[in-house]
Design a protein around this ligand. Structure first.
Ligand SMILES: Cc1cc2nc3c(=O)[nH]c(=O)nc-3n(C[C@H](O)[C@H](O)[C@H](O)COP(=O)(O)O)c2cc1C
Length: 282
């Protein structure tokens, strides 16, 4: 019986001591693919600062957010604020620090990524966000200078690719899962595979999925911190999802999605987490 494709991939992308030690390990920086994607000639909307201000009430602590997180598929009709969306984007994909490469400065981001290569792009189907037209958007992580080097100016903004109601199109691509159409925002993460392949070759195909998973986990916890809910979605028709975003599925393809919205009932009415985590009486 022939080996199935998943197992063949796992084997072919395994590191083996003998093979790895023989391989040429130096990186050719001149052949590094561009680390940022931009849409030009589209409206660009800058997002409010995601960081908490001193005058706002503190957000729930991290462990409370972990305890409260559940995949949410029942969304209220109320919209998200632009500040909430800004925080979700920043917590999952935003820049948090600088570092230096042989070609100048670059940025670390909120979620870890293998080799700091950041192969994952974020697209949004916006349906219900205050002061933001419904439509399809792409997250601009950082700006660029005249030499196309990343800079902080122009970072953390949205490129408006198309306005319109894309709820049924995105839910259709997501295996017709109805809750996806009821989300205030759907995050769609694509991988630009070459960014990671440049360094990791076949093994890159393991790492890009892990990178996307970290971003989704950050999004899920940030959503809970803001009193929102999310559900990860990996069940989608690949061709439909890629065609929806206008990517080819090979150089760049959808790897993951998440539906986000306001919960249709407050967290407090759900089963208290203390019940599950309480220590037994001595
Ligand atoms: C990789 C992955 C893919 C998922 N895809 C879907 C999906 O397509 N549709 C869905 O309703 N839930 C999806 N989920 C959510 C899981 O069903 C959910 O995480 C699981 O039931 C555990 O529940 P919890 O998230 O509330 O802890 C996915 C979760 C993961 C991690």
């Amino acid at each position: 019986m022939s080996e199935n494709v998943g197992r063949a991939f796992q084997r072919a992308s395994s590191y083996e001591r003998e093979r790895l030690e023989q391989e040429e390990r130096t990186l050719d920086w001149r052949s590094r693919p561009p680390a940022y994607k931009f849409y030009t000639h589209v409206p660009v909307i800058s997002l409010p600062s995601p960081l908490p201000t001193p005058d706002e009430p503190p957000l729930p602590d991290l462990l409370t957010c972990v305890a409260r997180r559940r995949s949410l598929r029942s969304f209220a009709a109320a919209p998200l604020t632009l500040l909430e969306l800004s925080r979700l984007l920043w917590a999952s994909a935003g820049i948090t620090a600088r570092f230096t490469t042989p070609y100048g400065q670059d940025f670390y981001r909120a979620a870890p990524a293998a080799g700091a290569l950041y192969p994952i792009e974020t697209y949004l189907v916006v349906s219900k966000v205050e002061n933001l037209e419904p439509g399809l958007y792409h997250y601009r992580v950082a700006g660029v200078d005249m030499l196309e080097r990343p800079i902080a100016e122009g970072s953390h903004s949205l490129e408006q690719l198309q306005t319109g109601d894309f709820r049924s199109a995105v839910a259709g691509a997501a295996l017709d899962q109805p809750f996806v159409a009821r989300a205030a925002v759907v995050f769609l993460w694509t991988a630009v595979f070459a960014r990671s392949e440049w360094k990791y070759r076949e093994r890159a195909y393991r790492y890009v999925y892990l990178d996307a998973g970290h971003m989704a986990a950050h999004l899920a916890l940030a959503a809970v911190a803001l009193g929102l809910g999310s559900c990860p979605v990996a069940a989608f028709y690949d061709q439909e999802a890629n065609a929806f975003l206008g990517v080819d599925g090979s150089a760049e393809g959808v790897v993951y999605m998440a539906a986000v919205g306001r919960p249709s009932r407050p967290f407090a009415t759900r089963r208290p987490e203390a019940e599950l985590t309480a220590r037994p009486k001595a």
